[in-house]
Design a protein around this ligand. Structure first.
Ligand code: DCT
Ligand code: MG
Length: 512
């Protein structure tokens, strides 16, 4: 009788001990919200897993019992990457892009450090074979770590080194065509797919190369197959030959003309810019008139050298009125692009509360200098009581100026100017350049900088990530934590990434 009782008690005790070990994460204070850990039991065993889970929780880490969407780091012991991927597949987790696959040594290192340590060198790598003949730089082809292919652009590093330009250009044409037709779903699908392919460190040469990548839907795959089989896609050719697309492409290339105007013009039977110019019944806005007047200059891209010359003019004028102002070149040029459609600047005055006058003072000077071909100052509409916007493409509320500046060309070739004098031709020695000036309060500067540095796809995914993965709201003004109901301050971009639990991505890696 006694014996039986003892035997009865023993397993219970064991069980209780086990339960204690796997105490729910809520019983310890979570100190590091940016990492959410799941420890794989496979090959590790129940007891060791429980022990490690408990230890990590005691140290302030968030460890999940189940593999959920919120998990950012999967830790495994004695498993290869292929084995883990297979396990994920069996457990119906098709998209392995949202988390890092790490060796147990990462978790141990974290415990030793008492905080999360950089996971880069602990990542389990997928070993893939590549066709050497197709490689642009075969020697540079490193094994790909799974986390590089997150569904979010803000978790991928995308430089300007695009190994799949032919395909991504095609995707962008298709996306644009869907945008013109207001077909949002496929538009977004092609944009996201293009963004993923831009981050690939190799050229796609066979269908297998895209296996496991996010956003590779049926339509996307079909276009890739076209390229693999024929080196081009009939779908893209059809779009490029389509009158609707061609007209919209021309209309929207005019500064001040968007979708609404394009639709109106198309419905009126106009098909190209000649039609627009000849139709005297059209009421054009001031912006559109300036856009047409300087059309040729504005569609020829702005070079980095021109952007730098523009920056000198902007800084020189701004500093006359606010010597302590910080003027930053943002947009594509901050991401390292050599060409752009405009030059974007962010202006902030540390310690100043009154910066409303600055844009008026600056534009007045340019007017007097005869440099201002067009300008429109938009007043700030920022309301501090409003939460960051829920929209992922929302415009911000900063005071800003959309302008067209006259940029004088350097006289590089002296002999040429003599020739032109002889021929008595009036030579245009300037180029019209689109310039955006944005003025931000100092405490919002980091958010404005992150927002205005783009790319647009990178920004969209940052916001989508914040909303869906962190229950936070991000816009160009602030970051709001919906769980804690507080705004999270940041003095630089690194701090915003840290609040979001993201590895820092340099501006030149945001060309998603
Ligand atoms: N942006 C934003 N809010 C807006 C407009 C733009 O947050 N209302 C962001 C997205 C990218 C960045 O600002 C700059 O915009 P663009 O000049 O359109 O893009 P770009 O990347 O600089 O491209 P380009 O080289 O063509 O100028
Ligand atoms: Mg720009």
């Amino acid at each position: 009788m006694n014996k039986i009782q003892t035997m009865d008690i023993l397993p219970k005790r064991k069980k209780q001990k086990g339960m204690q070990l796997s105490a729910p994460s809520s019983s310890y204070k979570i100190q590091f919200n940016e990492v959410v850990i799941f420890i794989l039991e496979k090959k590790m065993g129940v007891t060791r897993r429980m022990f490690l889970m408990d230890l990590a929780r005691r140290k302030g880490f968030r460890v999940e019992n189940e593999l959920s969407d919120s998990v950012t780091h999967i830790v495994a012991e004695n498993n290869s990457c292929a084995e883990i991927l297979k396990w994920l597949q069996v457990h119906r987790i098709g998209d392995s892009s949202g988390f890092k696959l790490l060796d147990i040594s990462w978790l141990i290192a974290c415990m030793e450090a008492g905080k999360p340590v950089d996971s880069e060198k602990y990542q389990l790598l997928v070993r893939r074979e590549y066709g050497i003949s197709s490689s642009p730089h075969p020697e540079k082809r490193a094994p790909i770590s799974v986390s590089k292919f997150s569904q979010y652009a803000c978790q991928r590093r995308t430089t300007l080194n695009n190994y799949n330009k032919k395909i991504t250009d095609a995707f962008e044409i298709l996306a644009e065509n869907y945008e013109f037709r207001e077909n949002e779903g496929p538009c977004l699908a092609f944009r996201r797919a293009a963004s993923v392919l831009k981050s690939l460190p190799f050229t796609i040469v066979k269908a297998k190369d895209i296996e496991g990548l996010p956003w590779m839907g049926e339509q996307v795959k079909e276009v890739i197959e076209d390229f693999l089989e024929e080196g081009e896609s009939p779908r893209v050719k059809n779009v490029l030959n389509c009158e609707y697309y061609k007209s919209f492409k021309k209309f929207t290339s005019v500064f001040g003309v968007g979708m609404k105007t394009s639709e109106k013009w198309y419905r009126m039977g106009l098909r190209n810019l000649e039609d627009v110019k000849q139709d005297k019944s059209l009421k054009l806005t001031r912006m559109q008139r300036a856009g047409l007047l300087h059309y040729e200059d504005l569609i020829s891209s702005v070079s980095k050298a021109e952007a730098d010359s523009t920056a000198l003019i902007v800084k020189d004028t701004v500093w006359r009125f606010s010597p302590t102002a910080v003027v930053t070149l943002t947009g594509g040029f901050r991401r390292g692009k050599k060409m752009g459609h405009d030059v974007d600047f962010l202006i902030t005055i540390p310690g100043a509360s009154q910066e409303d006058e600055l844009l008026y003072q600056v534009t007045d000077i340019w007017k007097k200098q005869g440099l201002l071909l067009y300008y429109d100052i938009i007043e700030s509409t920022f309301d501090k009581t409003k939460l960051p916007s829920r929209k992922v493409d929302a415009l911000d509320h900063f005071q800003k100026c959309f302008a067209i500046l006259k940029l004088h060309k350097e006289r590089v070739d002296h002999s040429r100017s003599v020739i032109s004098k002889d021929s008595a031709e009036e030579v245009k020695d300037w180029k019209a350049i689109r310039v955006d000036l944005v003025v931000t309060p100092f405490e919002q500067y980091a958010f404005a900088l992150l927002g205005w540095s783009g790319s647009r796809q990178f920004e969209r995914d940052l916001r989508r990530y914040a909303t869906h993965e962190r229950k936070m709201m991000l816009d160009n003004h602030a970051l709001y934590d919906k769980t804690k109901r507080i705004f999270l301050n940041a003095v630089n971009e690194e701090e915003i990434f840290a609040h979001l639990g993201l590895d820092y991505i340099e501006p030149w890696e945001r060309n998603a």
